[in-house]
Ligand binder design. Structure first.
Ligand code: BGC
Length: 407
């Protein structure tokens, strides 16, 4: 049995738009009106059912939970904050705390209020300051109930999908010289975006502004809630190589570009780092792998390398998301076991890992792919809102209860 440190936390994660339902004032709802992405509608109705959902999480042994607050609810109009929504999230936090579940709050998980999107989103010069004002307001309001905050989820994924591939709002697809950049992966339903040269520069601007937005938010948040522990949640696509030197070089360059370029620029404004791990590419690998329902290579042990990649920043790390789409639930239990073993190995190597949050607690809205993909420990019947605990959730519970995993 590989044992974990006593204070290691275990749980799952969600994000506001993917589970709450009833959100009608953000860029994704607008995109759905134009039939560019699937309608999200009531989703899991978690906005009203969070108490019952947290009861399930508690029953499954969870000791931590990551969720995001919806910017468009809290600041529906520029500079005007809705105290009713703050009260809602305060009640959500209390619901977690009374169940002994430690909350970790993400301030921005991909969706933008309509007013912010319409004024140019993160392309505009003052967008970092506007975001920082929102972030500071939220921690000021929630600070007595929560310590851990992530300013943003997967900034690079947001920028590539919205500004290179053109499959997420604002659907800008980039072109350099004659070539469309990135894949148009068939996820945006209609109205294919036109690839433009200028979009590449918009993409670069957004990347830079996201760095500024985090750094400014960090500073302001610390002023309003000095005790808060602030992170960025960073997606780490692991790149490895077999054989010849140039493949290794390529893997290093990709890791550098996709992981380190952002983190190096924010590392002085980070108390901890959230890791999202899903993907791994090994150049020159000829092995066959099982695939998840997303068509992604199932390689749970790759999280070891992802943790090592992040360890150079010498900050506490928590796994903010890691999981798979697996409707039949025939891969999930093994996936979790292997992943947890790989985390144990990273701990043995001295990596400061503090917790593991499976993605996701519930089946949910998988962005441009709608509701088909099933990531949940708990299955959701969207017609009746019935929850059914998947067998793999009990395997995870066993790991949590033992605070360890069989070798
Ligand atoms: C995102 C989630 C998403 C998950 C699975 C992560 O990139 O943070 O919102 O549902 O991956 O694709």
């Amino acid at each position: 049995m590989k044992k974990f440190p006593d204070n290691f936390f275990w749980g799952a994660a969600t994000a506001s738009f993917q589970v709450e339902g009833g959100i009608d004032n953000n860029d994704w709802t607008m995109a759905a009106y134009e039939s560019r992405v699937p309608v999200c509608g009531e989703a899991c109705d978690h906005y009203h059912r969070y108490e019952a959902d947290f009861d399930l999480a508690k029953g499954l042994g969870h000791t931590a939970h990551r969720f995001s607050v919806e910017w468009s609810r809290i600041e529906p109009v520029e500079g005007k904050f809705d105290m009713k929504e703050i009260e809602h999230y305060r009640t959500v936090l209390k619901a977690l705390r009374t169940r002994g579940i430690m909350p970790i709050v993400t301030l921005w998980h991909f969706t933008l209020p309509v007013w912010f999107a319409e004024r140019g989103g993160f392309e505009t010069k003052d967008s970092p300051a506007v975001f920082a004002r929102y972030a500071a307001f939220v921690v000021h309001q929630l600070g007595d109930l929560c310590v851990h905050y992530s300013t943003m989820n997967e900034p690079n994924v947001y920028a590539t999908h919205g500004y290179l591939y053109g499959v997420w709002p604002p659907f800008k697809q980039a072109r350099v010289l004659w070539k469309k950049i990135g894949k148009s992966d068939g996820t945006a339903r209609q109205a294919r975006p036109t690839a433009r040269f200028a979009h590449f520069f918009a993409y670069r601007r957004v990347e830079k502004n996201l760095i500024k937005a985090h750094n400014m938010a960090y500073e302001l948040m610390k002023r309003f809630a000095p005790q808060s522990q602030i992170s960025v949640v960073k997606h780490v696509h692991v790149f490895e190589a077999r054989g010849v030197w140039w493949r290794r070089l390529m893997a290093n360059k990709m890791q550098e570009y996709q992981t380190h370029s952002f983190l190096e620029a924010v590392q002085d404004s980070l108390d901890e780092i959230g890791l999202n791990y899903y993907r791994s590419t090994t150049f020159g690998d000829i092995k066959n792998y099982l695939e998840t329902d997303m068509g992604w290579k199932a390689y749970p042990s790759g999280i070891y390398k992802a943790l090592k990649v992040l360890s150079v920043y010498q900050k506490p790390i928590f796994v903010a998301e890691a999981g798979l789409a697996d409707e039949d639930d025939d891969m999930r239990a093994d996936y979790i076991r292997l992943q947890v073993r790989a985390i144990a190995r990273a701990l043995e190597d001295g990596v400061d890992v503090r917790g593991h949050l499976y993605w996701s607690l519930l089946d949910n809205y998988e962005w441009a792919l709608g509701f088909e993909k099933r990531f949940g420990l708990i299955a959701v019947d969207y017609k009746t809102q019935t929850r059914t605990i998947r067998p793999s959730a009990y395997v995870y519970k066993e790991i949590i209860t033992q605070n360890g995993v069989v070798e």
